[in-house]
Design a protein around this ligand. Structure first.
Ligand code: ADP
Length: 229
């Protein structure tokens, strides 16, 4: 479970910016949730706090009871293994094949070579890329590249899948395919959090939708349209 409890985040720079204001949000295990909001609403800040890249100015971010802001830097790599993350720009290693891109995520957690040889092809087949294992990212379409990124994100079986504008660079057909895969992973138990400003995409899926504005929750709607408790 993820809990943001009265979180304030103020960036003290040349210009002081309050990115989150008394922000409260609870995400239960196994949920599929969209987080939407205009640019500047605080979505990226929410992700950074969750990943331990930034600390809250006050309040707490709890993940399975662990206060993320209290983790030491040496504890963060292990903590972050609970999350698979995909981004709008895919972030694949260009000089590595599809197989290697996915296997690399396994090496980081020092999986055995034998386990890796089994799991990488299996996950690539789940995302429909078993034929492309030896290709390089530049030889793939945007949709295929995002599916590689997705395979890499889930190959270690993370508890949470965090997608930051996952369809931002994709056409509608590929967007739909990536979203369907996110749904599949959700069905198999992964908590999925999709941050986006693509309202059309959100409308196609009947999921919980949290709308952020000026660092706060503007609305929190469950599938059918009622307000989430
Ligand atoms: P979103 O992802 O919804 O566009 P952000 O979390 O990026 O929103 O930004 C929320 C607010 O915090 C904005 O006003 C933004 O300018 C400010 N902000 C974000 N990151 C920083 C930073 N590193 N330093 C100063 N201000 C920042």
């Amino acid at each position: 479970m993820i809990e943001f409890r009265r979180v304030n985040k103020i960036y003290e720079g040349a210009v002081r910016a309050q990115a989150l204001t008394d922000f409260n949000l609870t995400i239960g295990d196994g949920e599929f949730i969209f987080i939407i909001g205009d640019s500047g609403a605080g979505k990226s800040t929410l992700i950074k706090l969750l990943m331990g890249e930034e600390k809250a100015t006050s309040g707490s971010v709890l993940v399975d009871g662990v206060n993320v802001g209290k983790l030491r830097s040496w504890q963060l790599p292990k903590y972050r293994r609970h999350f698979g993350v995909i981004f709008q720009d895919f972030r694949l290693l260009q000089n590595y094949t599809v197989f290697e891109n996915v296997a690399f995520a396994q090496r980081v957690v020092s999986a055995s070579k034998k386990g890796m040889l089994k799991r990488v092809p299996r996950i690539l087949s789940v995302v429909g890329l078993e034929e492309k294992q030896k290709s390089y990212p530049s030889q793939l379409s945007g949709g295929e590249q995002q599916r590689v990124a997705l395979a890499r994100a889930v190959v270690n079986g993370p508890q949470y899948l965090l997608a930051d504008e996952p369809t931002g660079n994709l056409d509608p057909a590929n967007s739909l395919e990536v979203m369907r895969l996110l749904e599949d992973f959700n069905r198999s138990g992964t908590t999925v959090i999709v941050v986006t400003h693509d309202a059309a995409m959100v409308d196609q899926f009947r999921k919980r939708v949290v709308t952020m504005k000026d660092g706060q929750v503007l609305s929190d709607m469950q599938e059918g349209g009622y307000v989430h408790a």
